[in-house]
Design a protein around this ligand. Structure first.
Ligand code: SF4
Length: 1007
C-alpha cells in the first residue's frame, strides 16, 4: 500500500467533534432499494459541529480525503443544505470505476441510515489514480440512479425487435439459458459465443468460458486496438505499451492521450507531472486535440503518413550514430536479421553490402549498423514532410528532441493511426523502433511492456485449455490477426459460414458501435443464425432491443471484479465491490446474492456465471461443474466471497502479511482499501537473471539438467528448458529476455516472413500505403477523408447516455471542417452536409474550425444514439426517436424527433435543454479488415461531401448492404490465408497471443 506518511500523520490528527448520533437503520425488510424509481433521500441529521480536515500534500497542493481509519463511520456536512450545517454519517466503501479501462479507484459514500449512495469520489490510496478521477468517475452516481435503467430480467415475448418484453425471475433466466447452453455443448464446441465490449475485469469470465470447454471468447479488439497490438507483438510480444510518463524526458503520443487516450486519467496526470518536470511532449494528430494543444511540438500529419514521420526520425538517429548501439547490440535480434540479409529474405539496397553480410563467417554488429544505414537512408525529413504535409523544420525539431531523450522516451499509440489505416500496425512497430533505438525499453522514463506493470493473480484452480477452434472468430484468412475478427461476424453469417446457438453480448452494443451496423441488424434479426441472444447490460441499447433475454448487470458500485492496469511502472490490483452489499454486511445484514443489495434485481456477472455454469452441468457429466465448486466446502457451489478469499490468501504476494499487520484477513483488507500495491517499480525485467541457472556454464550447445529439467543453450544463445525457450544468454548471463521466439526484440520478424508476408515492408519497421493515402483520395472529385475514431473525454461508448451530467457537457458530434474546405463547399457552421461513404450516406451539421487539417473531416465517436419507441429504450433526453425502414438491400434510419425533456422522479430529466444528440455515422462505414492485424481500418473515404438538399434531414442515414458485402470482399481479397501460407500446417503461429488459447492440437488446420 503506497501511503504518504506525512499525509496520514496529518489525517490522524483529524478532529471529529459533535458527530450526530447514529440513527436507527431500517430493518432489512424495509430497505430503501430505490434506484430507478426515486432519487436518494437524505434525511436531516442533527445539525452538529463536525470539523473536517485539510490535507496538505508534500508538494504543497491541498486536497481533502477522509483517512481510511474513518471510512466505516465518516461524518460530513451536506452540501445541499449549506449554509445550514447538516451532518450525515456515511460508510465509505472503495470500489473501481467501470467507465473506461483505467480502473481508477472510487469511494462510494453510502448513507449509513438509508443505505443510499450519496456520491462517488476518488480513492486516495489507489496507486494508479491517486485519488483523482475524470468526469466519468463521479458520473457513476448518475448511472446508478438513472430513471431508465433496466431493473429486472426481461424475456422477449413478441417478434425479435418488436419491443415486447415480460419480466422473469433470475431462476427462470438461469434455467432456460443454461439448458440451451447444455444442449449446444453436448453437440458442439463452437456454438456458444461470449462477445464482450468492456471487460472491466481480469480473467474471471475467461476462466468460465474455458471451463465450458468451448472456443467462445469474442471481443471488440478489432475495432479498437488490434493494429497497435499486432505492431507490438511482432517486436516483443507485448500486448500493449506501458509508458513511464512521469519520469520521461520526451513523451511521444500518437493519440489524443491527455484527454481521452488509453488509461486516460492515470496517464494524463503523469503526462502533466512529466511536463512539469521538464519533459517535452510531441503529438501526431491531424486534429488540434486538447493533447495537441498542450504539446511542445504538434505534428498535424496527413492520416497514414505517421510511419513516414517516425522512420525519418529513426533515420536521423541511425545516420548520425545517435542511437543506443550498446542496447541494440544486446537486445535486438540483429544476428537473425543479418542471416535474413545473407539469405536474401531481407533485401538491402547495396549489392556489396549483401555480399559482405553473406560472406561474413560470423555475424558482425558493424554489418547490422551498415544494414540499418542502407535500409533507412530513403526516409529523409523532406520526404516525410511532403507525405505528412507538415513543415520540415518541425520534423527536424522533433527528431532533435527525441535524440536527446537519454533513454527516457515514453511513447504510446493504441487506437488513432494504428486502427485508422490499412497497415496501421506498422505505426506501432515504427514507434517502438524509436524506443529501441533510444534504448528506452523498460527504463525509468521509458516504455515498458503492459504485462510487466499489470498483476493478474491466479484463481483457486484453472480449467485446462479447450480443444476447439471457432472459425467464426478466427477464420482462415487472418492467421496473424489480433484478435477475433469480431466486427465481421455478420458478414461471415451472411456467407453462411456458421451459426450460433447462444450469443452473449456483455457491455456491448455491436449494432451501434461497429462499422456497417445494418449488417449487424440483419444478423441480430436472423433467428436461424443467431438462435438465442442474451444481452448482459446495465442499460438499454440498440442491440439489446434485438435480444431474447435482457439481463441487468451492475455498474461500478454494484459488482465484484478484480482489475489491474499498466498505469505506470509498478503493479497494483484493485477490487471492485457492490458497495451497498458491503455496507449491509458490515452493518450485520446477511446478503446471499448481490442482486438482493442492488437496485431492483440488478445482479453482477460473477455470481451469474457461477450459477449459470453450475446449472449447465448439474450432475458434473460435462466436467464443468467441478470448476465452480468451493475450495473450502468440497462439492458445494462456490460463493463470490470464497472465490476472492482464496485469491487474496494465496495469489497476491505481500497481501496476507499487509493484512495481518492490521489484524485483518486478506479479504477484509481488500474490502477495506479496495486496492493493493504489489510492486512500486518494475524497470527492465528482461535483464533479470534466471536464478536457477546462475551457477551453470552457459556455452552454446551446452546441455545440463537441473531438478529433472533439461536445459540447452542453442546457437542463438536461447536457453531452452525441455525444448521451450525460457531466456537468453546476454553478457554471459542467463537473462529472462522478451517473450518472443528469439527471446529478443525482433527487428526482422521471422514469423511475419514465414507466414507469407515476405516483402521488406512487412518484415521490418516500414511504411505501408494506407487506403486513404493521397493517391487514393481524389480531391479534385471532391473526395475527402472522414476521421471518425476520436472521442470526447466525457463519453463512454454507449453507456454515457445514462449519465445526465456527461450528456449535459457533450451530446452532439458535428462534422469538423477546415475553413478552406467549408468555403469550397459553400457551408458555414450549423449548415447541414451530406457525407457519402462507400456504402451509404448520412446528414450532419458542420462545425468550421481551424483545428482540422484541410482535406479531412472528423466526427467524434459515441454520439447519435437512437431508440425505436417513445417510452422504452435509450433515455429520451440522450437519444433521438428513430424509424428504421428497409427496401431489399437498402436500409434507412430517419429521425422522428431529437432529445426531449421527460418527466420522472428525477427533476433533472424535465430540465433537458438540448435537442441535438448527434448522428449515428458508424452505420455508413464500410468494413476495412486489415489483412495482417485484422483491425478495422476506421478512416473512411468520403466519396462525396456536399451541402445537404432541402429534402434531406438531420440525422438521416441510408446504406446499401449489397455495397457493404462488395467492399468486405475487396478487403478479404487482400488477405493471405493460412491454407495458402501456413509454414507448419497450423491455423496461426503458436506463440502469438489469443485472449484464450486452445490446446496446440486445435491449431492444426486439419484437426
Ligand atoms: S479515467 Fe476511466 S476509470 Fe478513471 S475515472 Fe475516468 S472513466 Fe473512470
Amino acid at each position: 500500500m503506497s501511503q504518504k506518511p506525512s499525509v496520514f500523520n496529518l489525517l490522524s490528527t483529524m478532529l471529529k467533534v459533535g458527530a450526530p448520533p447514529e440513527r436507527t437503520r431500517p430493518q432489512p425488510t424495509t430497505l430503501t432499494n430505490v434506484a430507478g424509481t426515486d432519487l436518494p433521500d437524505f434525511a436531516d441529521a442533527n445539525p452538529a459541529d463536525v470539523q473536517m480536515i485539510t490535507v496538505e500534500h508534500p508538494d504543497g497542493r491541498m486536497s481533502q480525503y477522509p483517512p481510511p481509519e474513518y471510512w466505516d463511520d465518516w461524518v460530513e456536512y451536506s452540501g445541499k443544505d449549506w449554509p445550514r450545517k447538516v451532518a450525515h454519517r456515511y460508510m465509505l466503501v472503495p470500489t473501481v470505476c467501470f467507465n473506461c479501462e483505467s480502473a481508477c479507484g472510487l469511494l462510494a459514500y453510502v448513507d449509513k441510515t438509508t443505505l443510499e449512495i450519496k456520491k462517488f469520489e476518488g480513492n486516495p490510496v489507489h496507486p494508479g489514480s491517486r485519488g483523482r478521477n475524470c468526469a466519468k468517475g463521479p458520473a457513476t452516481h448518475n448511472q446508478t440512479y438513472d430513471p431508465e435503467r433496466i431493473l429486472y430480467p426481461l424475456k422477449r415475448v413478441g417478434k425479435r425487435g418488436e419491443g415486447k418484453w415480460k419480466r422473469i425471475t433470475w431462476d427462470e433466466a438461469l434455467n432456460e439459458i443454461s439448458a440451451k447452453m447444455r444442449a449446444s455443448r453436448e453437440k458442439r464446441r463452437d456454438g456458444i459465443m461470449y462477445h464482450v465490449g468492456r471487460p472491466g475485469e481480469d480473467g474471471y469470465t475467461n476462466r468460465c468460458i474455458t471451463a465450458w470447454g468451448v472456443d467462445g471468447h469474442n471481443s471488440h479488439t478489432n475495432v479498437c486496438s488490434s493494429g497497435a497490438r499486432a505492431g507490438y507483438a511482432f517486436w516483443c510480444n507485448w500486448d500493449r505499451p506501458s509508458p513511464d510518463h512521469a519520469h520521461a524526458r520526451v513523451i511521444l503520443l500518437i493519440s489524443s492521450h491527455l484527454e481521452t487516450g488509453h488509461y486516460f486519467n492515470p496517464h494524463a496526470q503523469r503526462i502533466i507531472e512529466g511536463k512539469m518536470n521538464g519533459a517535452k511532449i510531441i503529438t501526431l494528430d491531424p486534429r488540434l486535440s486538447n493533447t495537441a494543444s498542450m504539446s511542445d511540438t504538434w505534428l498535424p500529419t496527413w492520416p497514414g503518413s505517421e510511419s513516414d514521420v517516425l522512420l525519418a526520425i529513426a533515420n536521423y538517429l541511425i545516420q548520425n550514430d545517435l542511437y543506443d548501439k550498446a542496447f541494440v547490440e544486446r537486445w535486438v535480434n540483429w544476428q537473425d536479421t543479418l542471416e535474413a540479409v545473407g539469405s536474401k529474405q531481407l533485401a538491402v539496397n547495396s549489392a556489396s553490402l549483401q555480399s559482405l553480410v553473406s560472406q561474413s563467417p560470423t555475424p558482425q554488429f558493424e554489418h547490422f549498423d551498415l544494414v540499418l544505414k542502407d535500409l533507412y537512408a530513403e526516409f529523409t525529413f523532406a520526404r516525410a514532410a511532403a507525405t505528412a504535409q507538415v513543415p520540415v523544420e518541425r520534423l527536424e525539431e522533433a527528431a532533435r528532441i527525441i535524440a536527446d531523450c537519454d533513454g527516457r522516451l515514453a511513447a504510446h499509440v493504441w487506437r488513432s493511426a494504428s486502427i485508422g489505416n490499412l497497415g496501421g500496425w506498422q505505426v506501432a512497430r515504427c514507434l517502438m523502433f524509436l524506443n529501441v533505438l533510444t534504448g528506452s525499453v523498460g527504463t525509468r522514463g521509458g516504455t515498458s511492456g503492459g504485462e510487466w506493470n499489470k498483476f493478474v493473480p491466479k484463481p483457486f484452480k484453472s480449467p485446462p485449455a479447450f480443444n476447439a477452434w471457432n472459425e467464426l472468430q478466427l477464420p482462415d484468412e487472418w492467421p496473424l490477426a489480433h484478435f477475433e475478427m469480431s466486427f465481421l461476424l455478420p458478414h461471415f453469417l451472411e456467407e453462411e459460414r456458421g451459426d450460433i446457438d447462444v450469443y452473449f453480448t456483455r457491455v456491448y452494443n455491436p449494432m451501434w458501435i461497429n462499422p456497417d451496423g445494418f449488417m449487424w441488424l440483419k444478423a441480430l434479426q436472423d433467428e436461424t443464425k443467431m438462435k438465442c441472444h442474451v444481452a448482459l447490460t446495465p442499460t438499454w441499447n440498440e442491440s439489446a432491443w434485438f435480444a431474447d433475454y435482457v439481463l441487468p448487470m451492475g455498474h461500478a458500485g454494484e459488482r465484484h471484479d478484480l482489475m489491474s492496469q499498466e498505469t505506470h511502472a509498478g503493479q497494483w490490483i484493485a477490487f471492485r465491490q457492490p458497495v451497498r452489499r458491503v455496507a449491509m454486511e458490515k452493518l450485520g445484514q446477511k446478503v446471499r446474492f448481490t442482486y438482493e443489495a442492488n437496485p431492483g434485481e440488478v445482479w453482477e456477472e460473477n455470481e451469474w456465471w457461477i450459477e449459470l455454469s453450475a446449472r449447465m452441468d448439474p450432475d458434473g457429466r460435462l466436467g464443468i461443474r467441478q470448476w465452480f465448486e468451493s475450495p473450502y466446502r468440497p462439492g458445494q457451489i462456490i460463493t463470490v466471497d470464497e472465490y476472492y478469499q482464496w485469491i487474496f490468501e494465496n495469489s497476491v504476494p505481500g497481501l496476507p502479511a499487509a493484512a495481518a499487520a492490521e489484524s485483518l484477513t486478506p479479504l477484509q483488507y481488500m474490502r477495506k482499501y479496495g486496492v493493493f500495491e504489489v510492486k512500486q517499480t518494475n524497470y527492465q525485467p528482461y535483464e533479470k537473471e534466471i536464478e536457477r541457472l546462475r551457477d551453470w556454464r552457459l556455452e552454446t550447445h551446452s546441455q545440463f539438467t537441473i531438478q529433472n529439467s533439461q536445459f540447452t543453450i542453442d546457437p542463438s544463445a536461447r536457453i531452452l528448458e525441455n525444448g521451450k525457450a525460457i531466456g537468453v544468454v546476454v553478457d554471459g548471463k542467463p537473462r529472462e529476455g522478451f517473450d518472443t521466439p528469439s527471446r529478443k526484440l525482433e527487428f526482422f520478424s521471422p514469423t511475419v516472413h514465414q507466414w507469407g508476408w515476405t516483402e521488406r515492408e512487412y518484415t521490418i519497421p516500414w511504411t505501408l500505403k494506407s487506403h486513404v493515402h493521397p493517391d487514393n483520395i481524389n480531391r479534385e472529385k471532391g473526395e475527402m477523408i472522414l476521421l471518425p475514431n476520436f472521442r470526447l473525454p466525457t463519453l463512454i461508448h454507449t453507456r454515457s447516455a445514462n449519465a445526465k451530467w456527461l450528456y449535459e457537457i457533450s451530446h452532439k458530434n458535428p462534422v469538423w471542417m477546415h475553413p478552406s474546405d467549408a468555403q469550397w463547399l459553400g457551408v458555414q457552421t450549423g449548415d447541414l452536409v451530406r457525407v457519402e461513404t462507400e456504402i451509404g450516406y448520412f446528414i450532419d451539421k458542420v462545425w468550421v474550425t481551424e483545428g482540422m487539417k484541410p482535406g479531412i473531416i472528423a466526427m467524434s465517436h459515441h454520439l447519435g444514439r437512437w431508440r425505436l419507441e417513445e417510452n422504452t429504450g435509450v433515455n429520451p433526453g440522450m437519444s433521438s426517436l428513430a424509424k428504421l425502414s428497409e427496401n431489399g438491400s437498402q436500409h434507412k434510419l430517419n429521425i422522428l424527433h431529437g432529445a426531449q425533456p421527460w418527466s420522472t422522479f428525477d427533476p433533472d430529466t424535465s430540465r433537458v435543454w438540448w435537442n441535438d444528440v448527434g448522428v449515428h455515422q458508424n452505420l455508413t462505414h464500410a468494413v476495412h479488415p486489415d489483412p495482417i492485424s485484422g483491425a478495422h481500418c476506421w478512416l473512411q473515404k468520403a466519396v462525396n461531401v456536399r451541402k445537404a438538399a432541402a429534402t434531406e434531414a438531420y440525422g438521416e442515414v441510408w446504406v446499401d448492404t449489397d455495397k457493404s458485402m462488395a467492399v468486405y470482399r475487396e478487403w478479404v481479397n487482400m488477405t493471405r490465408p493460412a491454407s495458402q501460407v501456413s509454414p507448419d500446417g497450423n491455423r496461426r503461429p503458436l506463440w502469438l497471443r489469443r485472449p484464450l488459447k486452445p490446446v496446440a492440437e486445435a491449431y492444426k488446420r486439419n484437426s
